[in-house]
Design a protein around this ligand. Structure first.
Ligand code: AMP
Length: 593
């Protein structure tokens, strides 16, 4: 018997599961499926996206509905169009061997009459956004008076978006004796209110810990002057050349402005906000999924339901008004078992907000410095050296080699290397050479520890370079573990771990330097020397990854980038209104700063 069989699932579902290649149930599936199959009960499940929760309610729902009846028996409410489509798609895959089962998605921004027609044809399961659902009920286009099951998916996000009244209205159109299954990543007060008001003695399951963000996320903050937010953002990007990120702004206007500036400066950026038409938003999201956009600047509402798993960084260009929103933002990274970094750019007066978030998420922030111009140059230089080392030689070059040799005759190896790296390095150097330090002094003493500002900084901590990185399978967590275990240091002795693609940086107190350097003398892992050196460059801001040379903070190849920028600008430009634009103003106010 497979593990899925043991949960009590029927053969048609088991066949679909086998086709999907799922080998064993995820934690939320293991916990929820038997409960939902065995009894008619209400359920509250605390689970984040990416945990397999769609199948946790989808499998039981498909098993329980009557595929021979055309009556709508199951209603799934989810916060966004993207999620609706995603759930519908998943349910179609799960029910591929249950021929009669028909799942229809209804959401704003598409023809309501087409959707009504699809429902009329007989949809046992309707997956809907609350706004469109309410519209359709109001116009008598859908009948949910006989449903047996109602799923509230991502309940916290729906309430965060101001759908409380809509959900109440929708639920009042459903039978009293249905079962309600509520899935939520967190349990803010509003979700408890819904659970109390509309559910009957729900069973509760929790996957991971309650009310906390994903623990695979490292939270960092950078204190800058109010006018330096944008240059700070650029530096964070320049120290993380492989960044694949969502940058959150507070307003649609700021979102558009920041995206436009980034595009102008040659970054692969795009804007996502409610003033774009659905079509424009789809274009931006498609480019982002394909990683043609590395920096997606978004409002909170528009970013709901971004279902992209490998986002490396979330950058809070501005903090949100409500703490809960920060949890949603940072939850966009560190998904599907990967680690991620959530960065916050703050001014001194906003530091108290960091404390409030720490209390809420039960996780400490690391105080970091915006990298100096020279640190960025150092990172870019190492990257370039690695890129040259890893570049595959194009055989066509052979034809030109004699002529090239003629040109380069008389230049020795060292000089040649210096010249090659200078081609790129000088661009960065010229840009960053005379730029100022963007950090304002963090008046709190909370971050003293990690704020070292020099290889042998005046607060006594040391920054190191190590020749392993992402390519060797490390992220900040696993590298920290590796160093701690290898050198036999305590839990907090290694900090400011910045993993790049083929090398990394980290800090320790000066007292650990001897142990570190002596451990990594002639030290080999899998036959390869692992070197640690005290970094030539002070500081310790920055993050991970490597970006393509097509843009930088410094002198970019403007002509080439301009064309790319214009294309992006068009796709990021303002357009019609989105399915939620201007509608959802009733934001909840609890837990604001
Ligand atoms: P969700 O949390 O529902 O958004 O699911 C995240 C992803 O995990 C989806 O792409 C599912 O297809 C996939 N998934 C769900 N359950 C399993 C499983 N038991 N094994 C492997 N993948 C799964």
């Amino acid at each position: 018997m497979t593990k899925f069989e043991a949960l009590g699932l029927k053969q048609s579902l088991l066949n679909a599961i086998s086709d999907l290649g799922f080998e064993s149930p995820s934690e939320v599936q293991e916990k929820a499926i038997p409960i939902l199959l065995e009894s008619e009960t209400d359920l509250v499940a605390l689970a984040q996206t990416g945990t397999g929760k769609t199948a946790a309610f989808g499998f039981p729902l498909i098993q329980k509905i009557d595929g021979n009846s055309r009556t709508t028996q199951g209603l799934i409410l989810s916060p966004t169009r993207e999620l609706c489509l995603q759930i519908t798609n998943e349910l179609n895959l799960y029910s591929k061997y249950d021929k009669g089962v028909n799942v229809v998605a209804i959401y704003g921004g598409a023809s309501i009459t087409d959707q009504a027609r699809q429902v009329k044809r007989g949809a046992q399961i309707v997956v809907a956004t609350p706004g469109r659902m309410k519209d359709m009920i109001g116009r008598g286009l859908v009948d949910i008076s006989k449903i047996d099951y109602c799923v509230l998916d991502e309940a916290d996000e729906m309430l965060n978006m101001g759908f409380f009244e809509d959900i109440k209205d929708i639920l009042s159109n459903t039978p009293q004796d249905k079962s309600t299954w509520l899935f939520s990543a967190t349990m803010p007060r509003e979700v408890s209110v819904i659970a109390k008001k509309f559910m009957h003695s729900p069973q509760e399951i929790t996957v991971g810990s309650k009310n906390s963000g994903a623990s695979t996320v490292q939270h960092e903050y950078y204190v800058v002057g109010g006018r330096d937010r944008y240059p700070a953002l650029k530096r964070l990007a320049d120290t993380n050349p492989d960044i694949f990120s969502v940058i959150f702004c507070r307003t649609k206007r700021d979102t558009q402005k920041v995206a436009e500036k980034l595009i102008e400066d040659g970054y692969n950026a795009g804007a996502l906000h409610g003033d774009l038409s659905q079509n424009q938003r789809d274009l931006v999201m498609n480019s982002f999924r394909k990683k043609q956009i590395q920096m997606l600047v978004a409002t909170d509402v528009a970013a709901r339901g971004i279902d992209v798993d490998d986002i490396t960084h979330v950058i809070n260009y501005q903090l949100p008004d409500e703490i809960e929103t920060y949890t949603h933002r940072s939850g966009r990274t560190g998904r599907a078992g990967k680690s991620g970094i959530s960065m916050v750019i703050v001014t001194r007066s906003e530091l108290r907000k960091i404390k409030a978030i720490e209390n809420k998420i039960q996780q400490d922030f690391i105080s970091k410095k915006i990298p100096t111009g020279m640190e960025i140059c150092e990172i870019q230089l190492y990257h370039l050296a690695n890129k040259i080392k890893n570049t595959e030689i194009n055989k066509e070059v052979d034809n030109y080699l004699p002529a090239i040799n003629d040109v380069l005759q008389g230049i020795d190896r060292d000089e040649l290397i210096k010249k090659i790296v200078s081609v790129e390095f000088t661009r960065f150097y010229n840009y960053y050479n005379k730029t100022k330090d963007l950090n304002t002094v963090d008046s709190s003493d909370r971050g003293k520890r990690g704020d070292g500002n020099g290889s042998f900084g005046n607060d006594g901590n040391v920054r190191y370079f190590i020749n392993v990185g992402e390519k060797d399978g490390y992220d900040w967590m696993s590298l920290k573990d590796f160093l701690r275990d290898t050198v036999n240091l305590g839990k907090d002795d290694i900090f400011k771990v910045d993993v790049k693609d083929s090398f990394s940086f980290f800090n320790t107190d000066a007292s650990a330097t001897e142990a570190i350097l002596s451990t990594f003398t002639e030290f080999k892992v899998d036959g390869r020397f692992v070197n640690v050196e005290v970094s030539k460059n002070p500081g310790g801001g920055g993050g991970r990854g490597r970006r393509d040379r097509s843009r930088s903070g410094g002198g970019r190849d403007r002509d080439r980038d301009r064309g790319r920028g214009k294309r992006r600008e068009r796709s990021a430009s303002k357009g019609g209104s989105s399915s939620y634009s201007g509608k959802r103003r009733s934001k909840r106010k609890s837990d604001s700063f």
